[in-house]
Design a protein around this ligand. Sequence first.
Ligand SMILES: Nc1ncnc2c1ncn2[C@@H]1O[C@H](COP(=O)(O)OP(=O)(O)OP(=O)(O)O)[C@@H](O)[C@H]1O
Length: 885
Amino acid sequence: MDGKRGIMAKKATTTPMMAQYNEIKAQYPDAFLFYRLGDFYELFNEDAVKGSQILELTLTQRNKNSENPIPMAGVPHHAAQNYIDILVDQGYKVAVVEQMENPADAEGMVKREVVQLVTPGTRMKDSADAAKENNYLVGLTMADDHQCFGLAYADLSTGELKVTRVQTVNAVLNELSRLETKEIVTTGDLPDDLNATLTNLGILKSKQTEFLNNAEVSYLNQNLSDDLEIKTTNLLLSYLFTTQKRSLDHLQIAQPYEVAQFLKLDRNSRANLEITTNLRTQKRSGTLLWLLDNTKTAMGGRMLKQWLEQPLLDRSTLEQRYDKIAILIDEYFTRVALQEKLQQVYDLERLAGRIAYGTANGRDLLQLRNSLRAMPEIIDLLADLDQTIFGDFIKQLDPVSDLEALITEAIDDDAPISVTDGGLIKSGFNQQLDSYRKVTTNGKQWLADLEATEREATGINSLKIGYNKVFGYYIEVTKANIDKLDPERYTRKQTLVNAERFITPELKEHEQEILEAQTESSDLEYRLFVEVRDTIKTNIARIQQLANAISTLDVLLSLATVAEDYHFVRPELTDEETIDIKDGRHPVVEKVLGHQSYVANDVTMSPDDLILLITGPNMSGKSTYMRQLALTVVMAQIGSFVPASSAKLPIFDQIFTRIGAADDLISGNSTFMVEMAEANTALQNATSHSLILFDELGRGTATYDGMALAQAIIEYVHAHTHAKTLFSTHYHELTELAESLPHLRNIHVGATEENGELVFSHKILDGPADQSYGINVAKLAGLPDSLISRATEILHGLEAQGASVNETENEPEHLAEPSAVYQAQSVAAVAEPVDTTDDQLDLFQIETSQQSQLVAEEVQNLNLAALTPLEAMMKINQWQNQLRE
Ligand SMILES: Nc1ncnc2c1ncn2[C@@H]1O[C@H](COP(=O)(O)OP(=O)(O)OP(=O)(O)O)[C@@H](O)[C@H]1O
């Protein structure tokens, strides 16, 4: 939206209300203004036009008959949150404008103000599916020399605040992707290419130029020493303070971190390995997080996700986590009891947020109290466990029992949602409140007595005493009985269809007393409630610390449960460059297939092994094997046990993957670009402590190009990168590399042909695969028999031709000699021109036409082994079209 394009009503016809609206709107040109008008929030002008489309509201007009009617659309105030959510979900901002005084008391225009700006990065969703997710707002600045970036992030609902320096645009994008960023705050000076990428990623950019330098900012920045980090945190906080317009006392002191403290997984690898998001569905289901998440609290769920997004490099922290998990696995009953207790614990982090924000109600405080009530028992249960392992942990667990006692004493167990209508504070907590309540209770009794006396005196059994906001208390008598009343005593106040309502002086006198006591009582209750809430607010850091300890416990219990359920083992971390995994499994595929059906496989790499070259038919399990290693590493480095019968692993610094996720037949070129870019990232950044997974690298281009690149990349890794690398391929020719590259070993996935049918063993075996079975897999996929026979025929023809070319023309071996210069060379570029008169190709009745020649060349160059059945079909289809032309 562009505020400048605002449809402004002509000055001459601008009412005072619209003038007020326009003035506020001018301050928030990029937000939808929800302007409170009685029981509605109204949208005007272009907000109304656009909002009515997005929110499916009826578009009406204000001042319909005037020269300049104003477009208008409204939503009822009680349903506003839903509408705000829809807009913010779509990346818009919403400024909520409230009436700041009671219209009845206002002189002239009711005063209105923006009370909150809701934006994608600052919204706090209460829905259940959002409970286990953080919502981060990111601040991004550039260093003066433009050489690096400052990146700070905060979750407004939990108060988490962290900051770091990042060196490259790519590293910035990785962090933004890790944080699932929806909105960033900048001063508007980001480089153009980054700006463009952010726009492409749909990340909202909010500009903040004013830097606040108040006591709160200094307090939150107290742990920072780096100027860029201070500036970035300051920018982020300035935006938060200006937009949220309320206490943010729950924000935690900014914690600096370094990206290099964690296992680096770039955004593609994170996505390819389906750690927290399923590639196909974009949901949690089918991910590693989904498998490992047996947490009982929402905050535990969020912490597990954070652990998975930032696996560690620090061995002693990992060993401490393994130690705890080992004990929790052994102590089954204590584990189950602890998990049961955790079910009673609410989201302490978000409760702390609401308390600081001033939006916590009586029920929130009761949730806090119930959570705190679980603590003594949790501590007792932990005290039963081995104290050499859990002793320190218990020391951090302050049960905050003083607040539990305060809430128990003050807050009524049946406290309502509203904080202004009474019923919040327990009797006995405050003497004054008790005396007001007595008057109210006595008053009510007096009214009941009066009703009885009146009935008796008048003889009207249906006479009743009622109350409404306009007339206060009244006596209601049906029309049929009116004659029985003494007109001197009763003053008529209201006439209904069947009844009349009266007051008496006596009734009015008591009414005042009762109503006053009631108002005083609920006012006092509100004040007492706020006092209790404020006392809790001064203890927010303690609640947050407790939340952190409980979340950690929850995650460890979850990992222990999953380790037991799925037969995981404690990994042994080693300083050697050795991988020795026995009976390793892909935990998610295993869960889906069942423990019995999954074929476990070893991964063995000595310090001498750099590259495992994996061959085997399509569908045999090459990708699964590679992913299983990566997931095992990630699990080990979050402190989890791993899916194997034993596992010895080094600590990896980075994982790079190029796994067939971006296979996209429609956009071959861009797929290949993605593939090469990912390969490049790995080659440029991997160290000898990294893990690289290349799945069928090179298959996105012409066979010879692809094979040449694959070979050159393998040679490069072997000579320069020294990272442990798993490379799967359908280029069988590459298996010959084992002869010239001493640190490369061939392995393959077993498969056999029985009665013409392909049987997968899914077992990893030494040495190269003997054949590719591509056509057998195509048969499995159900392609027509005639097509399969034809493909077999073509294959035999090509094989014969390949053999004759090699014999007669003395072509070089399939494989180029390992090159000293590790640059990809196109074998295709130096290949001999195709002899189009060759008998092998008369299947296409080659004429002189150019099309036929092109097709023939392609058939000749085609490596069937590198094609999926679908690709083969598409190729044939393409050739048919070319020949028909
Ligand atoms: N170890 C295993 N035990 C049991 N089933 C397995 C195993 N590994 C893989 N599978 C099954 O085989 C299917 C194919 O595996 P995967 O995608 O890893 O094959 P691939 O060799 O990489 O195939 P392609 O070359 O076509 O990409 C998996 O979806 C899984 O169902």
